[in-house]
Design a protein around this ligand. Sequence first.
Ligand code: 0GY
Length: 306
Amino acid sequence: MSSTFSKTPGWLDWHPAPSTPTFALPAGTVDAHCHVFGPGDAFPFASERKYTPCDAGKEQLFALRDHLGISRNVIVQATCHGADNRAMVDAVRSAEGRARGVATVRPDVTEAELRALDEAGVRGVRFNFVRRLVDAAPTAALAAIAARIAPLGWHVVVYFEAADLPELEDFFGALPTPLVVDHMGRPDVTRRPDGPGFGRFLRFVERNDVWVKVSCPERLTVTGPPAVDGEPNAYVDVVPFARRVVTEFPDRVLWGTDWPHPNLTDHMPDDGLLVDHVPQVAVTAEQRHKLLVDNPMRLYWPDERS
Ligand code: 0GY
């Protein structure tokens, strides 16, 4: 798809024709975790990137939004763009109020740059600790960034592997901003959802009033996608973990598609089926409304809540 950049070998492109979901998303649904990639010719990928994706621009993202019945997007800076936020910011601006952004910034970011990001619709920064995606950043530098963005009312989104939580949780707990965790802290879903590993994560969430994205069943699953195309009962091994988070923290959970699904190697999900997965993890209408509408609106559009 991109002419200047060659995709990482084996790269799976986004689903070309997602099904129409059976589950009708409530009006005002927010996709609180998605990305744009390039297009590379307009927004070159960063030299320090660990993968080269296919192009996945704002037009495709907005088409998917409309197809699935989503109202708004939170566009999270992807590591393939490093700290060059131009593709994300361009997409957020183009959405005319229907998108917010989460940026990557370096400690030497200027006040003027932060103000420009804020004015464009950015409301947070992402700290990524997943070793296959980024070179390790010293926590002192991240703490300095957090101190800079706190006065703007922004939050910090953290992405880490479950095994790294014990080492990171004191650092997270000391950050001066609200905290949002990507993909439920990537639990090992072959373990028990009521076992000590996930229990530690849940206690961390409770202690620090953390927001949790119950996203990415397609990334966390070991049993895999549905055996039969169109079967909504997919990713069953992830369901008890997500359901537990939604039940225990109904006012702190967020949902997102993770489109265009970077670095999936086994299968590319049908985004319509990812929507059909939502009622499996949020089993009441009240839970779903909080997950899909109330919570993300409180975090990203606090002035527009009805
Ligand atoms: C995700 C997950 C991944 C990648 C990125 O920024 C990224 O490159 O977020 C991943 O490979 O697990 O949240 O989309």
